[in-house]
Write a protein that binds this ligand. Structure first.
Ligand SMILES: C[S@@+](CC[C@H](N)C(=O)[O-])C[C@H]1O[C@@H](n2cnc3c(N)ncnc32)[C@H](O)[C@@H]1O
Length: 433
C-alpha cells in the first residue's frame, strides 16, 4: 500500500511554490482519479512531472522508477494501491461526480463528499487556501480558473481539459458586475467570474449546478445582476433554475447568523421542473455543531494572543459610543454563550463583531506585540477553530498549515457546510443517482 503522505510528505511540500503549483495540481488530480476516465485530462502533464521529478518519481512507485517513453500508455497501465491518508479522502463508492470551482478550503467538497460525491477537478487561486485544501483532501487545486476558460479557448478544449462530472459547485466571488442593457445575456457577463462558470457549464453540460453568493446579489443594481445571471442560466444555457433562495446557516445546525443566496439548476433534458429548497439540515449530519455559541466554544483556556489589549478595547468602546450618538447601531459586539454569532466575514469589523467573554485566562503575559496590557474583563476574539465550527467544519479538519490570519480569512470566505449538504442532498434526490 502506497500512502499519499509518503509521496507528498512534509519535506516535499516545502519544495512546492503554491503560487504556481499547477504541475503538482496535475499530479495530485491524476492520483486522485487514477483508474477512472476522469484521470485522462491530467495524465500527460502528471506523468511528465513524475518522470522529471526524481523524488516523486521513485516515491510514486515505491522505489522503482518510471522510465516508459510513452506517458499516455504508462498512465493507462499504472495502477497504484494508493491510500489517501488525509482527513477527508475521496469516498470509496462514489455515487456521483462534481467539480469544485473557487474552491477556497473545500466547504463544498466536504458537503458533497459526505453525500457520496467524488471531486474530479478543483480550482482556487489563493496559495494559502491551496495549502489548507491539500492538507485536508490530498489534492492541490489548479490556480486561476480563467486559464481554463480564456476567450481563445474553445468549448471543445474546455471539454477535454476538465473531466466530465454530474454537478458543478461554485461559490464565485462577487466582483462588481458591469452589465449592459436591461436583462443581459451571456456576453454581457464577460469579465466577471460568473462568465467563467457559465462557460464551463456550456462546454461540459453537467446535470446540475449549485452556486452560492452573498445575499447582496439579490438587490445588486436593483436586481439586474441576478436577473442577468438567471437569464444566462435559464435561456442561454437551457437549465431549469427555480427561484433562488436565501438560506441562513443558523437554520442548519450551526450557531451563526449567515444569510447566503443559493442558486441551483438542472439540465433541461432531465425534466426536473420542481425543486424545494431545504429548510433545515440533513438528519444526523456530521456537520452540526450546535445552536448557540456556548456549544462550540473552546473546551479549555486559549492562548492570551486571542485576548484584546486594554488599549484596543478602549478604542472600540469609544468608537461604539461615537456611532451610537450618531444613531448608528454598529460597533464591536460581545456574543453571549446562549446566542448566535454574527456572520463571520473577512475584513471590516469581522472579528470585532464576534467578541466573547472568556474568564479562564491564567497567564496575562502577552505573547504578541500589543499596546498596553491584556484586558482584565476577559474579552477575546473567537479562535480560528471556533470560526471553523461556526461554519460546520468538523474538528478533524486541519487548520494548522497556515497562520491564524489566513485561517480567519479562509473560514470567513467559506460556506456553512451543513447548508450545502442539505441543498446537495435535495439535488441528488432529484438526479436519482
Ligand atoms: C467566496 S470564496 C469561496 C470559498 C469556498 N466556497 C469555500 O468553501 O471555502 C471565493 C474564492 O475564489 C477564489 N478566486 C478568486 N478568483 C479566482 C480565480 N480567478 N480562479 C480561481 N479562484 C479564484 C478566491 O481566492 C476565494 O478563495
Amino acid at each position: 500500500m502506497n500512502k499519499y503522505s509518503n509521496i507528498f510528505d512534509k519535506d516535499f511540500k516545502k519544495t512546492i511554490d503554491y503560487n504556481k503549483a499547477d504541475e503538482f495540481a496535475y499530479v495530485t488530480h491524476f492520483l486522485q482519479n487514477l483508474g477512472a476516465n476522469s484521470a485522462e485530462p491530467f495524465s500527460e502533464v502528471a506523468l511528465e512531472t513524475l518522470l522529471s521529478n526524481e523524488v516523486l518519481n521513485s516515491r510514486v512507485l515505491n522505489g522503482d522508477s518510471l522510465t516508459y517513453d510513452n506517458p499516455r500508455k504508462l498512465a493507462q497501465s499504472l495502477t497504484l494501491d494508493l491510500e489517501f491518508d488525509v482527513p477527508f479522502p475521496p469516498p470509496e463508492n462514489d455515487q456521483f461526480t462534481f467539480i469544485d470551482l473557487f474552491a477556497g478550503i473545500g466547504g463544498f467538497r466536504l458537503a458533497l463528499q459526505s453525500l457520496g460525491g467524488k471531486c474530479v477537478f478543483s480550482s482556487e487561486i489563493d496559495k494559502y487556501c491551496k495549502r489548507t485544501y491539500e492538507a485536508n483532501f490530498g489534492e492541490i487545486p489548479f490556480g486561476d480558473i480563467t486559464n481554463f476558460t480564456d476567450e481563445k479557448i474553445t468549448d471543445e478544449e474546455i471539454d477535454k481539459t476538465i473531466p466530465d462530472h454530474d454537478i458543478i459547485a461554485a461559490g464565485f466571488p462577487c466582483q462588481a458586475f458591469s452589465i449592459a442593457g436591461k436583462r443581459g445575456g451571456f456576453n454581457d457577463t464577460r469579465g466577471t467570474l460568473f462568465f467563467d462558470v457559465a462557460r464551463i457549464i456550456k462546454a461540459k453540460r453537467p446535470k446540475a449546478f449549485i452556486l452560492e453568493n452573498v445575499k447582496g446579489l439579490v438587490s445588486h443594481k436593483g436586481g439586474k445582476t441576478l436577473a442577468t445571471i438567471l437569464n444566462v442560466l435559464r435561456n442561454d444555457l437551457n437549465y431549469f433554475v427555480p427561484t433562488p433562495n436565501v438560506l441562513n446557516a443558523k437554520d442548519f445546525g450551526v450557531p451563526q447568523n449567515r444569510e447566503r443566496i443559493i442558486i441551483v439548476g438542472f439540465r433541461s433534458d432531465l425534466e426536473v421542473n420542481e425543486f424545494n429548497f431545504p429548510e433545515q439540515n440533513v438528519d444526523g449530519s456530521e456537520f452540526i455543531t450546535g445552536s448557540s455559541f456556548g456549544e462550540i466554544k473552546e473546551k479549555s483556556e486559549v492562548s492570551v494572543r486571542y485576548y484584546l489589549s486594554d488599549v484596543y478595547l478602549n478604542t472600540l468602546e469609544k468608537h461604539r459610543k461615537r456611532h451610537k450618538s450618531k444613531g448608528n447601531g454598529f460597533g464591536y459586539q460581545i456574543i453571549n454563550e446562549d446566542e448566535t454569532a454574527n456572520a463571520i466575514v473577512v475584513g471590516g469589523m469581522g472579528r470585532e463583531r464576534n467578541l466573547i467573554i472568556d474568564n479562564r485566562l491564567t497567564n496575562y503575559n502577552p505573547v504578541t506585540n500589543i499596546k498596553g496590557k491584556v484586558n482584565k474583563e476577559g474579552v477575546r476574539k473567537m479562535t480560528p477553530r471556533e470560526w471553523a465550527r461556526l461554519q460546520g467544519f468538523p474538528d478533524t479538519y486541519k487548520i494548522d498549515v497556515v497562520s491564524d490570519t489566513q485561517n480567519y480569512k479562509q473560514f470567513g470566505n467559506s460556506v456553512a457546510v451543513p447548508v450545502i449538504q442539505a441543498v446537495g442532498s435535495q439535488i441528488i434526490n432529484k438526479l436519482n443517482v
